[in-house]
Design a protein around this ligand. Structure first.
Ligand code: ADP
Ligand code: ZN
Length: 760
């Protein structure tokens, strides 16, 4: 549970003073502190305050309620007559230089209000973890005195090491002072002697943001020359170039392998050459290594990297280097959307359709949408790239708000794979595989190709059932079945993490239990038995959990040691395996019949993305999709008319059903141990909204969430839709005001999700 949810549950009482007040000396500052507070607080600067002078973006220590907290200064406080009400004084200013610049602070303020999330939480989540506390960035430094300079000039310095230190300081005499750690030989003893003679003075300064961290010159960098861009790529680069270094939003819709990355690279090179910084955001941490490699081979700057797999120290170093402008290129995941940029020039969001760009817990922002806002504010171009753009982005492009660039051919000359449906009704299946798919696998393996099989269910079997009485092993805490993981021989809930041993027999009637359905573990078994000696790799969250395991698995595929690859959603994520000639989709049915209104869109995206893994090099690719419903309209339209046709039909349906993106939407989720309490709470919110905003909104619910009970809590939701964005936000502010500051009681937790992408 996030801090905010907790406080919403426990009723966050607001400590501090109203914003409209001023301290005796008039120098007042608005300060945010992390916590469930929708406003900011005012403090005055007392000359007795320790540390440097306050400035926006600097951290401060303040008295807050009965305790002290670390906050961050937003701005000078406006208005209010002096002495109207006592404000408290800042206890200490922690930073000599602001951590966040004004543009970033403005973006965070916008994001907090747009996503209806407490500002202090938003601001502190934008800082690297290492800087969320009091950690000082000050380090010891030395300055050469006039006396020291004279001693050096007159040759009065005896010790060799003292001489070296003074020379180092003299060489950098244009700087006010020099960090001790950057002066070779400046040991404590040497410093002490120099200080005693009055040749140096001790000082402190903000640790410089250094990048790259250690080894700098790297021969492998920047060596590779770019391929000659094809006509479509050239046209794309030229279009963005011609638009100039001002805000413009571009959708680069390019089929899998069409060379989108080369287009980014050409534009990134131009921005770097113009002395600007570039921010590249990707949805998945696993996509960063290959991108970093590729960028490093082509560009002469080392990319700074920002993602959750780094240590706090590494993350802070990269973040500061980007904020200071020391690093010109940064590649990161979602949270990099908020990194301050000293001299922005270009923003790239790759795989813009990917749901992983939306934060799913706590502060529910969408990195792509935040970056569109920032690009406009910083007045730089932003590129959104995808083979399967989201309906939101496509609609913007179709309606002319974004410019639309298309790459319709594979860049390397490879053809797009042919996609065919396999009707598996009444077929004798072997471990989830129809005879036609089995023959195709054999054919491709014997022809020297690699085969990839996609099944979006991990574990061995999704349920364990009793054939005699119908008992199914379910999670005691969720409305869900337990998945059997045979490797560890445990039953596991994929929603709450509950685990138990595998029962020997049906607990109800003592008959033996049998497995139902297919998971990736089982598929791996079936294939290993049927095609021994070809080497097999499984890519899913369980099989790649250990450190370095994923990289090793990918390397085995790349070296051709594994000719069979079985995997979940993980296969879909952009990997480039040139040897793959056949992609098999074990079942399209689950996705085709998803209950979420985005089901058809998600289905088309993941099918085309996984299909895009086939035939990326010389050998042509084939894609086979197993289904019980070969005449499903989404499937047939996708195969006969293509992605754009499916999305155009989707848009018409959403318009008719009054759903996003044709309406602005927010979801209010609530859960509690008692179903009645949550339902009543949301019914009250719904009633209030209907009464006060009935004309401008439609309010759907409360209804149970798709997973009605998770981890022992009952889950309900309200969907709020409006044609007018400002009406939706007015209603949400009303909810914040009416409910946000009062305890719903009965351990109810609730949250607002603006532009929800997942109704689960
Ligand atoms: P995308 O990002 O659209 O999936 P990539 O940029 O990764 O596509 O390109 C796919 C493959 O085609 C890569 O191996 C890349 O090196 C190659 N490629 C890209 N552009 C060209 C080009 N103009 N000529 C030859 N090969 C290219
Ligand atoms: Zn569970």
């Amino acid at each position: 549970m996030s801090e905010v949810d907790k406080a919403r549950q426990d009723d966050g009482h607001v400590a501090g003073t109203p914003v409209e007040s001023r301290g005796p000396d008039g120098a007042c500052w608005t300060v945010v502190v992390p916590g469930p507070f929708f406003g900011s607080f005012t403090y005055h600067h007392d000359p007795a305050t320790q540390g440097p002078l306050p400035q926006p973006g600097a951290r401060v220590r303040v008295r807050f309620g009965q305790s002290e907290r670390v906050g961050l200064i937003l701005a000078p406080a406006e208005g209010g007559a002096a002495g109207e009400q006592e404000t408290r004084a800042l206890v200490e200013v922690l930073d000599h230089e602001p951590l966040l610049d004004r543009d970033t602070l403005a973006c965070l303020a916008w994001a907090a209000s747009y996503y209806h999330h407490p500002l202090g939480e938003v601001v502190f989540s934008a800082l690297p973890a290492a800087l969320r506390g009091e950690r000082s960035l000050r380090v010891p430094a030395l300055r050469l005195t006039a006396e020291g300079r004279r001693a050096l000039a007159e040759g009065r310095v005896r010790g060799r090491r003292q001489q070296a230190v003074l020379e180092a300081l003299a060489a950098r005499s244009h700087e006010a002072c020099v960090v001790v750690s950057e002066i070779p030989g400046a040991s404590a003893a040497v410093r002490q002697r120099l200080l005693e003679r009055g040749w140096v003075e001790a000082d402190e300064m903000t640790a410089p943001a250094t990048w790259p961290p250690s080894t700098s010159a790297d021969a492998s960098m920047g060596g590779a020359s770019p391929p000659a861009l094809n006509a479509e790529q050239q046209a794309a680069v030229a279009a963005v170039e011609t638009a100039g270094r001002v805000f413009s939003a571009w959708l680069i819709e390019g089929v899998t392998g069409s060379g989108k990355t080369e287009v980014y690279l050409a534009l990134i090179e131009q921005a770097l050459a113009a002395g600007r910084q570039v921010l590249v955001v990707v949805p998945e941490i696993s996509l960063t290594p290959q991108l970093i490699d590729r960028f490093a081979r082509r560009l002469t700057v080392r990319p700074a990297v920002l993602h959750s797999g780094l240590s706090d120290g590494e993350r802070m170093a990269a973040w500061r280097a980007v904020a200071a402008g020391t690093s010109s290129l940064v590649i990161g995941t979602r949270s990099a959307a908020f990194v301050p940029l000293a001299r922005p020039g270009l923003i790239v969001v790759d795989e813009e359709h990917d749901a992983a760009l939306k934060q799913q817990e706590g502060f529910l922002y969408h990195a792509r949408d935040v970056l569109i806002w920032r690009a406009r504010q910083m007045d730089v171009p932003i590129l959104l790239g995808s083979a399967t753009p989201s309906l939101e982005t496509l609609r913007h492009a179709w309606e002319g708000r974004y410019r639309h660039l298309r790459l319709t051919q594979r860049a390397s000359g490879a053809r797009m794979p042919a996609i065919h449906c396999l009707d598996i009704r009444a077929q004798p299946m072997e471990g989830g595989i129809s005879p036609a798919l089995m023959r195709a696998i054999e054919r491709h393996l014997l022809a020297g190709g690699q085969v990839m099989l996609y099944l979006n269910r991990r574990g061995y079997a999704p349920s364990l059932v009793c054939h005699a009485c119908g008992y199914v092993a379910g999670c005691p805490h969720c409305d869900a079945y337990l998945t059997w993981h045979r490797e560890i021989n445990r039953l596991r809930c994929h929603h709450c993490g509950f685990e138990q041993g595998v029962p020997r027999e049906c607990p109800a009637c003592h008959a033996p239990l049998s497995v139902r359905g297919m998971g990736t573990e089982q598929l791996e078994d079936v294939l290993a038995a049927r095609f021994p000696g070809f080497g097999i790799v499984r890519l899913d969250r369980d099989a790649t959990a250990g450190k370095g395991v994923l990289a090793e698995s990918l390397a085995r595929i790349a070296r051709g040691e594994a000719r069979l690859v079985v995997g979940t959603q993980m296969l879909v994520k952009g990997h480039d395996f040139p040897g793959v000639t056949l992609v098999g989709v074990i079942s399209a049915d689950q996705a085709l019949f998803a209950s979420d209104f985005r089901g058809p869109e998600r289905f088309a995206q993941s099918l085309l993305q996984v299909a895009g893994r086939a035939g990326r090099a010389e050998r042509p690719g084939e894609v086979l999709v197993q289904t019980h419903d070969p005449t499903h309209p989404v499937l047939t339209r996708l195969l006969s008319e293509g992605y754009a046709a499916v999305m155009a039909a989707e848009l018409a349906e959403r318009e008719q059903a009054e759903l996003p993106p044709t309406r602005f939407a927010a979801l209010i989720r609530a859960d509690a141990p008692q179903a009645d309490a949550v339902r009543a709470f949301l019914a009250e919110v719904a009633g209030m909204l209907r009464e006060a905003h009935g004309e401008a909104l439609s309010v759907w619910g409360p209804v149970p969430a798709p997973l009605g009970r998770r981890a022992g809590r009952f889950r309900f939701q309200l969907l709020i839709l409006s044609r007018v964005r400002s009406e939706l936000h007015r209603a949400l502010w009303h909810v914040d005001e009416r409910v946000g500051s009062r305890r719903p009681g009965q351990r109810i937790r609730w949250s607002i999700d603006v532009d929800p992408i997942d109704l689960a």
